[in-house]
Design a protein. Structure first.
Length: 299
């Protein structure tokens, strides 16, 4: 009886090993990576320069605080801070600067707009103007929630290059981030109120807010679990281009790769030449052996 069931035939397929890139391919890949990194750095630096041109030192420190805070957060989480991340964070910082700057100015003008700039409160027999408390309260209760509500959508769109999923991301992170940053935003709001009460402190406001913005960016980060011991590592703060140890090791690594690549290429070329020349000699027909004519016998 014939068996109708066909037995599956085992097919032993050897996995093809990926071909190692040639020296030329490696050089092209590294060159293209360098071009992209340079372009990203130029765009990021241009965004910070634009904020500086519009808002002066305030724009510089605020826009630069985002990539600085993002770099520290990435390093604390054990992740690399790439040039594309620098570009995105610099753009986000530059776009975040106008709302922060105009928002601070708006809350400082609020007492006058509301007719509260001349009111004082009698506390323990001392007349204290209430305007600084109004400014600080508005900064904490109105400006901070508004800026945080702007921060997450702005970062999401810049990092993901799409609006899809923006609502879900906002719901998952807004309240958690707002509560996590509350101690910091309380201090920054107090600083805004203090500069309103003491105008001679005003020049120090935005440098203080710049430090606050770095910490703010770190607190709102979604990098995941962090290792705080990395705060003691210079590489957490120092970019690779300014790290002499990285540059020395990198130069040695690049030099070693280049030397190995060149010697391997030279060896491959020499082997190919020997193979071709040897094949030509091997393929050439050997000359036919000529037999000397036998002399005729003498009679």
């Amino acid at each position: 009886m014939a068996d109708n069931q066909e037995k599956p035939q085992a097919q032993d397929k050897k996995e093809e090993k990926p071909k190692a890139p040639t020296t030329l391919e490696s050089a092209v890949d590294e060159s293209w990576h360098a071009i992209k990194s340079s372009a990203n750095n130029i765009v990021g630096a241009g965004a910070i320069a634009g904020a500086t041109a519009l808002f002066g030192l305030d724009g510089l420190v605020t826009a630069a605080s985002f990539p600085i805070g993002a770099r520290i957060s990435s390093k604390l989480a054990g992740k690399e801070f790439s040039s594309s991340k620098f570009r995105d964070e610099a753009i986000a910082g530059a776009l975040f600067t106008p709302p922060l700057w105009y928002g601070v100015e708006a809350v400082k003008q609020a007492p006058k707009a509301l007719g509260l700039d001349g009111l004082v409160a009698n506390i323990l027999g001392t007349s204290i103007p209430i305007s600084p408390f109004v400014v600080g309260g508005l900064a904490l209760g109105v400006l901070t929630p508004a800026l945080t509500a702007l921060y997450y959508p702005l970062q999401y769109v810049i990092q993901n290059k799409t609006f899809k999923g923006i609502g879900k991301d906002f719901k998952e992170n807004y309240w958690k981030g707002l509560k996590r940053a509350l101690p910091l935003t309380t201090l920054t709001s107090t600083a805004i109120g203090a500069t309103f009460a003491l105008p001679y402190l005003a020049p120090y406001l935005f440098p203080a807010l710049a430090v606050g913005s770095v910490l703010y960016r770190m607190l709102l980060s979604k990098e995941g679990k962090v290792e705080y011991k990395r705060l003691l590592y210079p590489s957490t703060y120092l970019p690779n281009v300014l790290n002499p140890f990285y540059l020395m090791s990198g130069a040695a690594s690049v030099g070693g790769k280049l030397y190995r690549g060149v010697t391997k290429a030279a060896y491959d070329i020499g082997s190919a030449i020997r193979s071709v020349v040897g094949g030509l000699f091997k393929a050439a027909p050997s000359p036919a052996a000529t037999t000397a004519p036998t002399p005729a016998p003498a009679h």
